[in-house]
Design a protein around this ligand. Structure first.
Ligand code: HEM
Length: 477
């Protein structure tokens, strides 16, 4: 006979047979789930097929999950394709909570992505930003000298993607040929990681991915990736000094950590971890750069204020230093506001409840998947005045927001998640975004091509612009 009180589960929207609430997600789940939360509250219980999924949509709910009960939500759900594509989840981001995740996360936080290491990659940021500036200059008008060619619009989406991929890959692989090939096949990997595979949620429909060719495509991509990553490791073993230019590559550091001698290298794990860094760090950084420039173009007064700040602080120097960046308070406010308004990963990464637990007075059963709608928290009118307005001043004038940061301590703004499973790449990302943005503001004046910019987002794990961002640049000096 069952004992105990009846369970008090979070409120649930009605479900359809078999698919549960899948039909309510649409192309942009963060927006649709935000609307649903308006009706059912900050903690909802949904069903994706037969899988129970709790959606948290307030700072309080997020704090309970990622702080109060962080340990209980320390694992990620396991998807069939992820096992194939991510070396049986031997990486950090998809790994179950446990000893091998802990060791790898420690290496990420303390060695690969520490502040000191991020500083040591400054030369890569400088070279890649110089290349970006050169590419933009090539599009600039030469008409000032009279009768020259008109400015060509710059495809900022493409340039930001090239920059973030190159920045991460050079840090990860050094100058590796196989590394470059790995990157070329990454688009497909990202697509497959962002695909919802019905069989993961409705097990008796798992044959669909076999019949529609998805499983075969996953196998092919996994094989291609492995071939290139294996090549990267081989290159490093055969020619250790080649990849270590002014700083050590991630592959070097991992090889040192996972082998006491060449015969005992945990190859699979090293490949999984390098892949993790590239997957985690490229699309996210380029999405932030894309949105920050979008909002600056939509708000010329904000752009002007930022340009004035950057130009005043940098003065006549040709290079932006880390000391300069530290003084740019308005730029930091612009970046925070971009995170609030355009969460790069709007639903963060899902977690799984290890044991039964109570959140905000509701029962959550072991095995329930938990998603946090960080995008909805950024638009919560109880937390933010005029949340639909893009206004960096809110981080400068409002005393409550002034000290707020995005590093996982203030649950009102959690683009990088929080707690044990929080993002280890925050310093790497912030250093890149600040350096690139300061240079774009220092060296160019910017305008749209005369039309209003469309703000529609793409679907997928990372919310990019649905259409590429084009802008016209002129040299500022
Ligand atoms: C703007 C840039 C970035 C954003 C918005 C972002 C966002 C996130 C989010 C939301 C999570 C999940 C956190 C959670 O569950 O609480 C995460 C995890 C992770 N990120 Fe990032 N990230 C960014 C850049 C990077 C970079 C540059 C790297 C590496 C170079 C990286 C590597 C990872 C890894 C390995 C994890 C998994 C951590 C774990 O499961 O323990 N990310 N990131």
């Amino acid at each position: 006979k069952p004992s105990g009180k009846p369970k008090n589960f979070p409120p649930s929207p009605p479900t359809l047979p078999i698919i549960g609430n899948f039909h309510q997600l649409g192309q942009l789940p963060h927006r649709n789930l935000h609307l649903l939360a308006g009706k059912y509250g900050p903690l909802m219980l949904l069903h994706f097929g037969s899988v129970p999924v709790v959606v948290a949509s307030s700072a309080e709910a997020a704090r309970e999950i990622m702080k109060t009960h962080d340990l209980n939500f320390g694992s990620r759900p396991v998807y069939k394709a992820y096992k194939k594509l991510l070396y049986d989840c031997k990486n950090v981001s998809a790994a179950p909570y446990g000893e091998s995740w802990r060791k790898a996360k420690g290496i990420f936080v303390l060695q690969l992505l520490s502040n000191k290491r991020v500083q040591s990659y400054r030369w890569i940021r400088e070279e890649e930003t110089a290349l970006l500036v050169k590419k933009i200059e090539e599009c600039c008008s030469s008409s000032s000298s009279g009768g020259g060619r008109a400015a060509a619009p710059v495809n900022l989406t493409r340039l930001f993607s090239e920059l973030s991929v190159a920045g991460i890959c050079r840090s990860a692989f050094g100058e590796s040929e196989n590394g470059k090939k790995f990157v070329e096949s990454m688009t497909e990997l990202m697509e497959q990681l962002g695909t919802i595979n019905v069989g993961d949620f409705i097990p008796w429909l798992s044959w669909i991915s076999r019949v529609n060719g998805f499983d075969k495509r996953v196998e092919r991509v996994a094989k291609d990736m492995d071939y290139f990553l294996e090549g990267v490791i081989q290159e490093h073993l055969e020619n250790p000094e080649k990849a270590g230019n002014n700083s050590e590559s991630f592959v070097h550091i991992l090889l040192r950590n996972y082998s006491s001698d060449a015969s005992s290298i945990d190859r699979e794990r090293i490949k999984a971890l390098v892949q993790d860094v590239v997957v985690g760090g490229t699309d996210t950084i380029s999405s932030v750069l894309e949105w920050v420039m979008t909002e600056l173009l939509r708000h010329p007064n904000v752009m002007e204020k930022l340009q004035n700040e950057v130009r005043e602080i940098v003065g006549g120097k040709s290079i932006v230093t880390d000391d300069d960046l530290a003084k740019m308070d308005y730029m930091k406010a612009v970046i925070k506001e971009t995170f609030r308004y355009h969460m790069p990963a709007p639903m963060l990464l899902p977690r799984v409840a290890d044991k039964d637990v109570k959140i905000m007075g509701y029962d959550i059963s072991a095995g329930t998947m938990v998603m946090t709608n960080a995008w909805a928290i950024g638009r919560d009118p109880d937390l933010w005045d005029e949340p639909e307005k893009f206004d960096p001043e809110r981080f400068l004038n409002n005393t409550k927001n002034k000290s707020m940061d995005f590093r996982g301590l203030d649950f009102e703004l959690i683009p990088f998640g929080a707690g044990r499973r929080g993002c280890p790449g925050i310093s790497f990302a912030a250093a890149t975004i600040e350096f690139v943005l300061a240079n774009l503001m220092l060296k160019f004046n910017w305008e749209t091509q005369g039309k209003d910019l469309d703000n529609t987002e793409s679907s997928g794990l990372t919310a990019h612009r649905a259409t590429p961002l084009f802008a016209v640049a002129t040299r500022s000096i």
